[in-house]
Each structure stands twice: as C-alpha cells, then as structure tokens.
Design a protein around this ligand. Structure first.
Ligand SMILES: [Zn+2]
Length: 131
C-alpha cells in the first residue's frame, strides 16, 4: 500500500475567484500563479509523493514556464499522467477544509472528481472532516 500526504497553503486575495476541488465557489479566492485550488494542489502533492515523485512545484514552477492562471484541473491531469494512473488504484482520499466551504465541496466533489479524473467513484472515498 502506498500512502501520500499533501498540504497546500495560499494567501487569500480579494481579487481572486475561489476554486476548491475543481469547483468555482462563492467566496474569496487565493493568491497564486494558477487558479489557487488548494485542495487539488494538496491532492496532486499527495499523489506524487505516494509514488516517490517530486512535488507539484517541480512540474509546475511558479514562473513563465507555467501558464498564468492555469486551471488546477490541468495540473491534476498532468500529475495523473506522471504517476501513470490508472495503473495505480486509489482507495481513499481524505480532504480537510474549513467548515464554511466544506459542505459545498462535500455535496459537489464526487461527481466532479469522477468526471475530471476518471477515478471510479465506488473505489474512491471522499471525506471532508470539520476543523
Ligand atoms: Zn498551491
């Protein structure tokens, strides 16, 4: 069994739209070179780390080599190719986020995740714990 842990943090920005888990939500977004989706960034780092690859900053550096405002879903697509998914079977994903957005993400995440990442949802358990 392989285990990966991802963590991401960005400064809030009143000028940025809020994206979490690939969803555009109401609220203040995060300052970032990409769309600042902290859940997908943490997921990408967890996936990369689980197979011993370098972190997200290696594949998507915050400079001119990475398109500005790139969707984190594009980043996730690249990461899935790097880890050679679906040769790996993901059993469980747990994401922690602040209570004020967790309910919206919890309601919306499974279908969106299956659509975007092609992870069979019956093999993927999404848990958002309240912190
Ligand atoms: Zn990030």
């Amino acid at each position: 069994m392989l285990v990966g842990i991802g963590f991401d943090i960005h400064e809030h920005s009143e000028n940025s739209e809020l994206y979490l888990a690939g969803l555009k939500l109401e609220g203040v977004g995060f300052k970032a070179h990409s769309d600042g989706d902290i859940i997908l960034h943490a997921l990408c780092d967890a996936l990369l780390g689980s197979v011993g690859k370098k972190d997200i900053g290696y594949y998507f550096p915050s400079n001119l080599k990475t398109p500005e405002n790139i969707s984190s879903l594009k980043i996730l697509e690249k990461v899935l190719s790097v880890i050679e998914y679906p040769s790996l079977k993901i059993n469980n994903i747990t994401a922690d986020k602040a209570p004020r957005v967790a309910r919206k993400v919890l309601i919306s995440l499974p279908d969106k995740t299956e659509k975007i990442t092609m992870i069979p949802i019956n093999q993927t358990k999404i848990i958002i714990t309240w912190i």
